[in-house]
Design a protein around this ligand. Structure first.
Ligand code: HEM
Length: 336
């Protein structure tokens, strides 16, 4: 009996020891021997906490390249690799989903009074040139910019490293060089259409009545209605924000520190993806969303009935100045 009790207590002691060893093993493994990688990283962590960053020494004249590690870098990397992707995906896919649902519910906004056959100039050649130059640059800047944010996870696995590297390099050249005509376009848009885009009391009324897009109402508007004014200010202010931050990124450390560069990138990426989402709505209304809208920027002329439905106060002024063309011969204008 005594023997059995002794064996039992020995087994108990053995199990207790085993338990302690198993629990202590990771702690022992982490107890770094001097010079081991763990030891180095413990010291790095201490340095990082004490100094705020870890710097080395280098032979390059660019001293910023000698900063090896800084906590803000990790926050920035997290923003770039996680947060910005979420903001971008939600904004762009969310807007696409809203537009598809809206189209299925509302369909194209039709010209309710039909065509009169009388045309009126809405945008002249110079205005259309500026619009299309800025729009083409925007689309290429958006695609090549989104490639920086999403390309590595979405395209690299499909294209393979060689093709992805070549495409990204050309994309980067396009992004850098097209920024110049884009900026010129945004400044020209600002100056060209500022007069018609100052918000006024009529805009509140237009918004309250659903702007003729949500329902079937046709609230009065001058040359630009409240919706178009919104797009104008998004382009001007959004364009200005991406241009300023984009040039700060393109010419690094001219008047910026590492923190400044990180902020420039955060603002650039965030404004850019929201800008893309807003422009999707603009493209929708200008194409499949509203009958007759594309002609305004396509040929530059719109039907007088279209103008009466969407810009009644503007068309009154223009007709008063005798600016509408007569319908082509043989075409009947419906009674007004
Ligand atoms: C004057 C205009 C612009 C300039 C100077 C500019 C410049 C730049 C630069 C230098 C970068 C960093 C590229 C790199 O990391 O190698 C960048 C990134 C980016 N740009 Fe632009 N850009 C401009 C306009 C736009 C526009 C209009 C859009 C989209 C609508 C856009 C979208 C983006 C996006 C999404 C990124 C990537 C952000 C990231 O993931 O870090 N950019 N841009």
């Amino acid at each position: 009996m005594a023997m059995l009790a002794r064996v039992r207590s020995l087994i108990g002691v053995f199990l207790a020891l085993l338990f302690i060893v198993v629990l202590a093993a990771p702690a022992l493994a982490q107890q770094a021997t001097p010079g081991s990688p763990q030891d180095r990283s413990v010291k790095e962590q201490q340095l990082l906490q004490e100094l705020g960053k870890i710097q080395g020494r280098g032979t390059l004249p660019n001293v910023t390249s000698q900063t090896i590690e800084q906590p803000a870098g990790r926050d920035w990397r997290r923003f770039h690799e996680v947060t910005l992707r979420w903001i971008g995906a939600i904004a762009v896919l969310g807007m696409l989903a809203i537009l598809i649902i809206f189209y299925l519910w509302r369909g194209m906004v039709r010209l309710e009074t039909g065509r009169s056959g009388r045309m009126i100039v809405r945008f002249n050649a110079a205005e259309r040139f500026v619009h299309w130059m800025t729009a083409v640059c925007f689309v290429i800047l958006a695609i090549t910019g989104l490639n920086i944010t999403f390309g590595r996870s979405l395209l690299l696995p499909l294209m393979g490293p060689e093709a992805f590297a070549t495409w990204s390099q050309w994309g980067k050249y396009a992004h850098n060089y097209l920024s110049f005509p884009f900026t010129i376009g945004v400044v020209a848009i600002f100056l060209m259409w500022l007069g018609g885009n100052i918000p006024n009391r009529l805009d509140a009324e237009w918004i309250k009545r659903g702007g003729g897009i949500v329902g079937h109402d046709h609230p009065p508007a001058h040359r630009f209605n409240a919706g178009q004014k919104g797009i104008y200010w998004i382009v001007v202010l959004g364009g200005l924000a991406v241009a300023i931050t984009g040039y700060l990124l393109m010419f690094p450390f001219y008047g910026t520190t590492v923190t400044g560069m990180q902020w420039a990138q955060i603002v650039h990426g965030t404004v850019a993806v929201l800008f893309v989402a807003a422009m999707l709505a603009h493209i929708y209304i200008g194409t499949i969303g509203m009958e007759g809208a594309f002609e305004a920027m396509g040929t530059g002329q719109v039907d007088v009935n279209w103008a009466k439905e969407h810009h009644s106060l503007w068309v009154e002024d223009e007709l008063g100045k005798g600016r509408a063309n007569e319908p082509p011969r043989g075409r009947m204008a419906p009674a007004e």
